[in-house]
Design a protein around this ligand. Structure first.
Ligand SMILES: [Fe+2]
Ligand SMILES: [Fe+2]
Length: 187
C-alpha cells in the first residue's frame, strides 16, 4: 500500500491550512493510536506503525474544506477520503475516512456524496476509529457512549439526520473497543 510519510503528512496539514486545534487533535489521535498499537504489538499482533501514524495525522484533513464554514454541516470524513484518493493513496484514503463508521444506507440518509460503506476494516483503521473518540473527559468506553448520547454537535451533525445511527455507532464503538481490548489494548 502506498501512503505518505509522517513528514509528508505534517506538510499536508500545513499546506491545507488546517486550524491549529485540528492539528493538535490529529497529533493527539496519533499519540493515542501509537499507545494502543504498542499494547497490541506487545501481545504479539502486527501493526504497521508508520501507516498508523500517517493515517492518524491525516484522518481529519478533509476539514480543510470547512475551515471557513465552522458550525456548518460537515462531511469531512468523506472529504479526507476524496482528497487522499486524488493524491494517489486509495487504500490509505479508506483507512482515514473510516473514522466515521457508516454503512451505505446510513451514508445515504446522512446525505454523504457518493454514499458508500466506511466501516473500519483493517486493524489500523480500527485503532484510529477508537483513538479519535478518546478525548479528555471521554476516556473509557462508557464515557464515549455517554458523549455520543449527550453531544449537541453529534446530534446536529449525525443523529438527527439519520434515525438509528446513534444506536449503530454505539454498537460499532463497543464491538471495536472489545476487539482491541482482546488484542491487548489497555486504556
Ligand atoms: Fe473527524
Ligand atoms: Fe478526529
Amino acid at each position: 500500500m502506498r501512503y505518505p510519510s509522517e513528514a509528508e503528512a505534517l506538510y499536508l496539514l500545513r499546506k491545507y491550512r488546517l486550524f491549529k486545534e485540528i492539528v493538535e487533535h490529529s497529533k493527539n489521535v496519533a499519540e493515542i493510536a501509537m499507545k494502543i498499537a504498542e499494547d497490541i504489538r506487545a501481545n504479539g499482533h502486527e501493526v504497521d506503525l508508520k501507516l498508523l501514524k500517517s493515517a492518524a495525522l491525516l484522518h481529519d484533513i478533509g476539514k480543510w474544506k470547512y475551515n471557513r464554514q465552522r458550525g456548518g454541516t460537515e462531511i469531512h470524513e468523506y472529504e479526507s477520503g476524496r482528497l487522499l484518493r486524488e493524491l494517489g493513496w486509495p487504500e490509505f484514503a479508506d483507512i482515514c475516512e473510516s473514522h466515521v463508521g457508516v454503512n451505505k444506507a446510513e451514508a445515504e440518509k446522512l446525505g454523504f456524496p457518493e454514499p458508500h460503506d466506511t466501516m473500519p476494516k483493517s486493524l489500523e483503521a480500527k485503532i484510529i476509529y477508537i483513538a479519535d473518540k478518546i478525548r479528555p473527559g471521554s476516556e473509557s468506553l462508557q464515557e464515549i457512549i455517554e458523549t455520543f448520547k449527550r453531544s449537541k454537535k453529534l446530534k446536529e451533525r449525525y443523529w438527527s439526520r439519520c434515525p438509528g445511527f446513534m444506536e449503530s455507532s454505539i454498537r460499532s464503538v463497543t464491538k471495536i473497543w472489545h476487539e482491541l481490548e482482546k488484542m491487548g489494548m489497555r486504556i
